[in-house]
Design a protein around this ligand. Structure first.
Ligand SMILES: Nc1ncnc2c1ncn2[C@@H]1O[C@H](COP(=O)(O)OP(=O)(O)OP(=O)(O)O)[C@@H](O)[C@H]1O
Ligand SMILES: O=P(O)(O)OC[C@H]1O[C@H](OP(=O)(O)OP(=O)(O)O)[C@H](O)[C@@H]1O
Ligand SMILES: O=C(O)c1cccnc1
Length: 480
C-alpha cells in the first residue's frame, strides 16, 4: 500500500486529546508551544538546525482525507462522527515561527514556536519533532565530520544502512546543509539538487575475469569520471598497480583517471603507500578516496597519522548517528488561553533541568559589535523591549543566578523567523545552497572554543530577568 498523506503521521494520543478538547468545547482555545532540546548530541558544542523544509511541506499538506477518516472511524475509541466531520475540514490556521535551517543552535532555546488553537497545535507535535530531531541530529553529525576535514571532499554513502528510505534522503540533505559535498543517493540528488557521486563496488571487479580487465572496462565506460576500488584482492600488490596501468592507458587517450578508493585495511598506511606509488608514476592528480565505517574520530586519527586521503565516503556512522541515534527535542506548552486571555504555563519536574521555561518567548543572538562574534543567546518573553533597543543586558547563569555579567554595544539578531501567519506560508524556502552558505556564516559567528569537537566550551543561553522571574513565580505558585 502506498499512502503519502502524512496527516495521521502522529501519535494516537494527539488525536485523543483533540477529541477531548472537541468534546469539552475547548478546541478553539489558543495555545503556544515551543520546540527545544535539552542536551547536545555527541558531546558537541552546538547543533545544526535542520528539518524546516519538511515541516513546511507537511503543514501545507495537512488534511484528513477519506482513507484517514475511514481509519479513524474504525478505532476502539469510537469517535463521534461529528468529530470526524470536523476533521474533514481541518486546515492549519495558526502561526509558526522557526529558526532557519543551517543555523547553529543550543539547548534550552526555542527553535520553533507554534501558536494556534490547541486543536491544531496538538496534531503537529509528533511529526514536527520527528523531522526536526532526525535532520538536526544528522546535520550536527555531518558538521562534526566537516570540522575534522575542512578542505577535503566529503561524500555521504549511507543509504544502504539508513533507517529506511526517508531517513536516507533527508539525512543526505541534512549532511549537505552541514558541509558535505555530495551524496551517493540518486533520489536525494534529483529531489534536492545535491551533487551525486559514485565509484564502484567490489561486485564490479568480481563480475569480471580479472581486476585489470574490470578496471579497463570501467574506465572505458566512464572515461570522464572514474574512481577505481582497489582492495578486492590485494590493495598494494594488485589494486594500485592495476589502477596505475589503466591511468597510463587513459593518458594515452587524453583522459585522466579521477581516483582510487580504499575500503579496508590500514587506511593510513595504505593511503601513504598508494600516494607514493601514484606520484612515482606521475599520477599526482589521481585522488585517494577512503571508506569503511568512518566517522569524525577515525578521520581525525587518520589525519594525525599522516594519511594521504583527499576524499572520504561516510555511510553508516553518519546516517544512523551511530554514537547517539536520537536527539531529544521536545514540544512543550508554554502558554494557553484562559478566560479569553493567554496565560503562561509551566511544567514542573523533580529534575530541575526539566522544569520548563513558561511564557511565549523570543530568542536573540547577541553579537558583539567590537568583535563581530556571538556572546550569548538571550531568551526573553515576547514584548520585552530591552534587547531590541540594544539596552544593557544582564546575563546570568541559569543555575547559579548570582553569577552574572552585563553586555552592551551588541546587535541582537532574532533567531525565530515567521514561517506561517494565520495558516498562510509567509516564508520563502531558501535554496539548499543558500542554506549551506547561511550555515557557513553562522559558523563564522562563533569563537572556535565553542565549536571544537572535544570538550567544547559551553556557549551561554541566558533567560531574561523577566522570564526568569515569571518562572520562579509559577514554581512558587505550584509549590503553594
Ligand atoms: N590507520 C587506522 N587508524 C585507525 N583506524 C583505522 C585505520 N585504518 C582503518 N581504520 C578503521 O578501523 C576500522 C576497522 O577496520 P576493519 O579491520 O574492520 O577493516 P577491514 O580490514 O577492512 O575489515 P573488513 O574487510 O571487514 O571491512 C574501520 O572503521 C576503519 O575505518
Ligand atoms: O562503511 P560505510 O561508512 O557504511 O560506507 C558505506 C560502505 O558501503 C559499501 O560497502 P559494502 O560492503 O556495503 O559494499 P561494497 O561491496 O561496495 O564494498 C562501501 O564500500 C562502504 O564501505
Ligand atoms: O560510490 C561508492 O563508492 C559507494 C556508494 C555507496 C556506498 N558505498 C560506496
Amino acid at each position: 500500500m502506498t499512502y503519502d498523506n502524512l496527516t495521521l503521521h502522529t501519535d494516537k494520543y494527539q488525536i485523543n486529546m483533540m477529541y477531548a478538547h472537541w468534546i469539552h468545547g475547548t478546541l478553539n482555545h489558543k495555545a503556544v508551544f515551543e520546540v527545544f532540546f535539552r542536551k547536545l548530541p555527541f558531546g558537541n558544542g552546538y547543533a545544526v538546525f535542520a528539518g524546516l523544509e519538511r515541516i513546511v511541506r507537511y503543514v501545507n499538506s495537512l488534511h484528513f482525507d477519506d482513507a484517514a477518516i475511514q481509519y479513524l472511524s474504525e478505532q476502539e475509541e469510537q469517535y463521534d462522527p461529528a468529530f470526524l466531520d470536523k476533521l474533514r475540514g481541518f486546515r492549519f490556521g495558526g502561526n509558526i515561527s522557526s529558526v532557519e535551517e543551517g543555523t547553529i543552535v543550543f539547548p534550552n532555546e526555542p527553535l520553533i514556536r507554534v501558536e494556534a488553537t490547541i486543536f491544531e497545535a496538538q496534531l503537529l507535535e509528533t511529526a514536527m519533532l520527528n523531522f526536526m530531531n532526525f535532520q538536526t541530529l544528522i546535520a550536527t553529525k555531518a558538521s562534526r565530520i566537516r570540522q575534522v576535514a575542512p578542505d577535503d571532499t566529503l561524500m555521504e554513502f549511507g543509504t544502504r544502512r539508513a533507517q529506511e528510505a526517508d531517513a536516507a534522503i533527508w539525512g543526505a540533505r541534512a549532511s549537505y546543509i552541514a558541509g558535505f559535498d555530495a551524496t551517493s543517493n540518486m533520489r536525494a540528488g534529483m529531489l534536492f539538487g545535491i551533487p551525486s557521486k559514485g565509484t564502484h563496488a567490489h561486485a564490479w571487479v568480481q563480475s569480471n575475469d580479472s581486476e585489470e580487465i574490470a578496471f579497463e572496462r570501467y574506465a572505458e565506460a566512464l572515461p570522464n569520471q572514474v574512481t577505481l576500488l582497489v582492495d578486492t584482492y590485494d590493495t598494494l600488490r594488485s589494486g594500485v598497480p592495476n589502477a596505475i596501468k589503466i591511468a597510463k592507458q587513459m593518458e594515452l587517450k587524453g583522459k585522466r583517471m579521477g581516483g582510487i578508493r580504499l575500503d579496508s585495511g590500514d587506511l593510513a598506511y595504505l593511503s601513504k603507500t598508494a600516494r607514493t606509488m601514484l606520484d612515482e608514476a606521475g599520477l599526482s592528480y589521481v585522488v585517494i578516496v577512503a571508506s569503511n565505517d568512518l566517522d569524525e574520530n577515525i578521520i581525525f586519527n587518520l589525519k594525525a597519522q599522516g594519511a594521504k586521503i583527499d576524499s572520504w565516503g561516510v555511510g553508516t556512522q553518519l546516517i544512523t548517528a551511530a554514537d547517539q541515534p536520537a536527539l531529544g527535542g521536545v514540544y512543550k506548552l508554554v502558554a494557553r488561553e484562559k478566560d479569553g486571555e493567554l496565560v503562561p504555563v509551566i511544567k514542573i519536574s523533580g529534575n530541575p533541568e526539566k522544569v520548563s521555561n513558561p511564557g511565549r518567548k523570543d530568542v536573540f543572538r547577541i553579537v558583539s559589535r567590537e568583535t563581530g562574534k556571538a556572546v550569548a543567546d538571550y531568551v526573553a518573553l515576547t514584548g520585552e523591549n530591552e534587547v531590541q533597543q540594544g539596552k544593557k543586558l544582564k546575563l546570568f547563569d541559569k543555575v547559579h543566578s548570582y553569577i552574572y555579567r552585563y553586555v552592551d554595544n551588541y546587535d541582537a539578531k532574532p533567531l525565530l523567523t515567521p514561517i506561517f501567519v494565520d495558516g498562510r506560508q509567509v516564508y520563502e524556502l531558501p535554496t539548499l545552497d543558500q542554506i549551506r552558505s547561511h550555515h557557513q556564516q553562522q559558523l563564522a559567528l562563533f569563537w572556535p572554543e565553542y565549536l571544537r569537537k572535544l570538550n567544547p566550551a559551553e556557549y551561554p543561553v541566558n533567560l531574561s530577568t523577566t522570564a526568569w522571574e515569571l518562572k520562579m513565580d509559577l514554581i512558587h505558585q505550584y509549590q503553594a
